[in-house]
Design a protein around this ligand. Structure first.
Ligand code: AFP
Length: 321
């Protein structure tokens, strides 16, 4: 049977009224930008400057900007311009880009290049996006208001996980440059034996995090009565894709380091889109207490503690609170 392309997938959704014309055009535009990012990343280090090289600038949150961070951000902004949306919020920009003349109120918030510390080490990196309708005053909405969300992961495969509120669909870029639907229904198993956390930060964690991690590290000799495995990619999209594939729990909690009192990940363009996908795939996403999607954003770059994945395991973490 012929694979379903993202274009036909979205055309059907548009005809069924599941996505409006701006969201449809926006998702197609993001796919075209993602293909360019994938092509550029795939030949990093051949002939041009390293895409992981520092630009000497920092983004608004103090992260050092890499060449591909800035390039990816520009590619996405340029692709979104003709779609008719109102605004673009980016990890790489202090303020929103306003597209003059639009009356759509549709906003795209994006981490254009997630995992950029992995660019020169040939590890999976990605682009995360959230699409919602917002009033001009703030360009911010709580995660439950999202109309679509997803992420591209540029790794051995270039994949896209996307939701418009009717479950999650997975696509893979084929050799003809088309995103075609994968023969897999993304669904996060309720239980897991795998956790993802940066254990190097353990001395900074609050006691509740230490208690939970100690229970999984105790394995079969501890209260959980089973052994666990650990993975940490340093790339949210890579850890997230694995969790959609085989379950797991991802934790980036608050810690005692300066600026990490709410963890590292940003609500508007990292936690919200991933949380929308996670809930649509039967998982759970919280800040350790509240569902991520219920948190009201107060600024473009606000951070949140971010715990997501297999529902029973996220509940186990909550029970240590
Ligand atoms: P970079 O984009 O600066 O590499 O950060 C990646 C990230 O935002 C997210 O993708 C990872 O899960 C997390 O940071 C890794 O953080 P640590 O480097 O503190 O482990």
């Amino acid at each position: 049977m012929e694979s379903l392309t993202i274009e036909n997938f979205l055309k059907t959704k548009n005809e069924k009224g599941e996505v409006g014309k701006e969201v449809y055009a926006t998702l197609i535009a993001l796919c075209s930008a993602a293909k360019k990012i994938a092509e550029i990343a795939a030949v990093n280090g051949i002939g041009a400057d390293s895409l992981g090289s520092l630009t000497g600038a920092e983004n608004t949150d103090g992260d050092e900007q890499k060449a591909l961070d800035v390039l990816a951000d520009q590619l996405i902004c340029n692709a979104l311009g003709p779609t008719g949306i109102s605004a673009y919020l980016s990890e790489e920009r202090d303020e929103a880009v306003i597209f003059e003349g639009s009356d759509s109120q549709i906003v795209v918030a994006s981490d254009p290049l997630d995992g950029s510390s992995n660019i020169d080490t040939n590890l999976t990196i990605g682009t995360i996006f959230s699409i919602y309708r917002a009033e001009q005053e703030s360009w911010l909405r709580e995660g439950r208001a999202q109309q679509a969300a997803g992420f591209f992961a540029y790794g051995p495969q270039t994949v896209l996980l996307i939701t418009t509120g009717q479950g999650v669909a997975g696509f893979c870029l084929n050799t003809e440059g088309q995103f075609v639907q994968m023969d897999w229904q993304p669904q996060i198993p309720a239980t897991t034996k795998e956790f993802a956390i940066n254990a190097a930060n353990s001395r900074y964690w609050p006691a509740k995090v230490k208690r939970y991690i100690d229970t999984v590290l105790a394995g079969v000799d501890g209260p959980r009565g089973q052994n666990f495995n650990m993975r940490w990619n340093g790339s949210l999209v890579a850890d997230a894709f694995r969790i959609f594939r085989r379950g797991g729990i991802f934790l980036y909690p608050e810690d005692s380091r300066k600026n990490y009192e709410n963890g590292r990940l940003r609500l508007v363009y990292e936690a919200n889109p991933i949380a929308f996908l996670v809930e649509q795939a039967g998982g759970r996403a919280s800040d350790g207490k509240a569902d991520i999607l219920d948190i009201t954003p107060t600024s473009y770059h606000m951070r949140v503690p971010f715990i997501f994945g297999s529902t029973d395991e996220v509940d186990s973490y909550h029970s240590e609170q």
